[in-house]
Design a protein around this ligand. Structure first.
Ligand SMILES: [Fe+2]
Ligand SMILES: [Fe+2]
Length: 263
C-alpha cells in the first residue's frame, strides 16, 4: 500500500468500511525492522497525524488498532437485529399477559425497545455501517427471535392463559438476557473508542443501559414470582425487584434473598 500523503488519506484508508478483514491496515503495516519502502509504520503514522494537528484522529486510529472492527460491526448489527426482534417479542408477549401490572410494564418496555431500534440505526449511521447488511450471526439472531415468538403463540394456543403468561415471561427473560449482554458489550466498545463514532455509541449506551437493567432484572422477578404463584406458594407481586427499582445484578440478588426470607 502506498504511504498516504496526508492525514485524511491515512484516515480514509483505515476508516470503518474500507477494511472488512478484521484488523486495521495501519496495524499490519508495522515492519519489525522499520517501515519498508512504500509502507508506513503505525507509530510513524500516529506521529504524522499528531504533527498535522490531528491528535484525536491519531488516538482514534490507535484505539482501532487494538480492536477488531469487523467484530464490532457484527455486535452492532446483531444488537440491532435483536432489538427489532424484541419489538415482535413484546408485541406477542402482550397478547399472553394476564397480570395488569405486568401488562403495563411490558407496554412501557415495548415502547422503549422501539427507541432502542432507532438509537442503533443512528449508531450505524454514525459508524458508517449499513444497518440492513446481513451477516450469518444476524440471521441466527433473527431465527432465535422468530422461534421465541412462535413459542409464545404455541403456548397461547394451548388454551391456558396462566401457562401462556409464564411462557411469555420466560421468553422475555431469554430475550432480555441477550439484549442486556449486547448493551454491556456496546458500552465496553464505546469506552475503548474515541472520535465521533465512539460519541454516538456512548450517548446511546448512557441513555439505554438503565432501561436494559430494568427489563432483565424486573422481568426475572416477575417470572420467578408468577411461577411460585402457579405452584401454590407465597408469591410477591409485583416482585421485589420492581418495588425496589433494582438496576443491578447485586440489587436483584438482594431483593430475591429478602423475598425468600419473608416467605
Ligand atoms: Fe433493548
Ligand atoms: Fe431490553
Amino acid at each position: 500500500m502506498p504511504a498516504p500523503s496526508s492525514a485524511a488519506g491515512l484516515a480514509s484508508s483505515c476508516a470503518w468500511g474500507s477494511e472488512r478483514t478484521g484488523s486495521l491496515r495501519i496495524a499490519t503495516n508495522v515492519t519489525p525492522g522499520g517501515p519498508s519502502r512504500g509502507a508506513i509504520s503505525a507509530l510513524g503514522a500516529l506521529r504524522a497525524l499528531s504533527a498535522l494537528g490531528e491528535p484525536s484522529v491519531a488516538r482514534w486510529l490507535l484505539n482501532w488498532g487494538a480492536m477488531k472492527t469487523k467484530q464490532v460491526e457484527e455486535l452492532v448489527l446483531q444488537s440491532l437485529e435483536h432489538e427489532q426482534g424484541g419489538v415482535k417479542v413484546y408485541s406477542t408477549a402482550l397478547t399472553c399477559v394476564v397480570n395488569d401490572q405486568l401488562k403495563k410494564e411490558w407496554a412501557t418496555y415495548l415502547e422503549q425497545t422501539r427507541t432502542h431500534v432507532t438509537a442503533l440505526e443512528s449508531v450505524c449511521e454514525a459508524m458508517g455501517i449499513d444497518a440492513k447488511r446481513e451477516t450469518p450471526g444476524r440471521l441466527v439472531v433473527r431465527h432465535v427471535g422468530g422461534a421465541l415468538v412462535e413459542a409464545m403463540k404455541l403456548a397461547k394456543s394451548g388454551g391456558d392463559p396462566a401457562a401462556a403468561e409464564l411462557v411469555a415471561c420466560e421468553v422475555v427473560v431469554l430475550a432480555e438476557t441477550k439484549d442486556h449482554a449486547d448493551w454491556e458489550l456496546l458500552g465496553k466498545c464505546a469506552e475503548h473508542l474515541s472520535g465521533p463514532q465512539a460519541k454516538a455509541l456512548k450517548s446511546a449506551y448512557e441513555e439505554i443501559e438503565d432501561q436494559e437493567d430494568e427489563h432483565l432484572y424486573h422481568t426475572k422477578g416477575w417470572c420467578r414470582e408468577l411461577w411460585l404463584q402457579s405452584l401454590g406458594m407465597k408469591a410477591m407481586l409485583p416482585p421485589p425487584e420492581e418495588q425496589k427499582h433494582v438496576k443491578t445484578a447485586i440489587g436483584a440478588a438482594r431483593a430475591e434473598q429478602e423475598a425468600d426470607r419473608s416467605r
